[in-house]
Write a protein that binds this ligand. Structure first.
Ligand code: C5P
Length: 209
């Protein structure tokens, strides 16, 4: 079987990260959660005390990113997710990160990338594109349970408000907005558990290749 590039996009907390990881494992591919990259840029700026809209600093941080830092637990927090959504709207920051993502996608033995613009901008020629959607309430519930499991305080109504705010920002920005590619397969994850979602995603991939 020829190596594939699988692009997974979708709104915040739709389950695309878990699906990406599981699909990569299933096919023996590498996985890149591209949200972590924008989160790392945001954290880098905040740690140095810079404003999230400081374009020159944000580009400098983006160019010096160390993938070794992508596993930092603080990157998962809502505060950093929110900050990432501000910094990711800066076109020059996105441009600084394109090559890293495309190189990751191209390297053997095949790759799964998940994010907001993988099927539209980063890998428009991906072999399979999946756009994951889920009801906002379901997404808020999952994110809240994840935060509580990590020992963080989380209020579901506030998580929901944050998710909706972030989706709006991501959809309405000029640079690489969150949207399904014309040739993406929509996967509604609202009523699926993890295994059900994985089966649905594998079925999409198998039907395409
Ligand atoms: O997916 P995650 O919630 O980790 O992404 C954090 C933020 O990073 C998103 O709200 C979005 O603004 C940005 N992002 C992006 N493009 C991607 C992945 C994430 O703009 N490919």
């Amino acid at each position: 079987m020829a190596p594939m590039i699988i692009a997974i996009d979708g709104p915040a907390a739709s389950g695309k990260g878990t699906l990406g990881k599981r699909l990569a494992h299933h096919y023996g591919y590498r996985h890149l959660d591209t949200g972590v990259i924008y989160r790392a840029v945001a954290k880098g700026l905040l740690d140095e005390g810079f404003d999230l809209t400081d374009e020159a600093r944000a580009v400098a941080v983006a160019m010096e990113l160390d993938p070794e830092s992508f596993g930092h637990p603080e990157l998962k927090t809502q505060r950093i997710g929110d900050a990432a959504s501000v910094v990711s709207a800066i076109p020059s920051v996105r441009e600084a990160l394109v090559n890293f993502q495309r190189q990751f996608a191209a390297d053997p033995p095949g790759a799964v990338l998940d994010g907001r613009d993988i099927g539209t901008v980063i890998c428009p020629n991906a072999d399979v594109k999946i756009f994951v959607v889920a009801d906002p309430q379901v997404r808020a519930r999952r994110r809240t349970l994840e935060a509580l499991a990590r020992g963080e305080a989380a209020d579901e109504a506030m998580v929901l408000a944050d998710i909706l705010k972030r989706d709006e920002r991501d959809k309405n920005r000029a640079a690489a907005p969150l949207k399904a590619a014309a040739d993406a397969h929509i996967l509604d994850n609202s009523n699926l558990d993890i295994e059900g979602g994985v089966r649905a995603a594998i079925a999409i991939v198998e039907a395409v290749r």
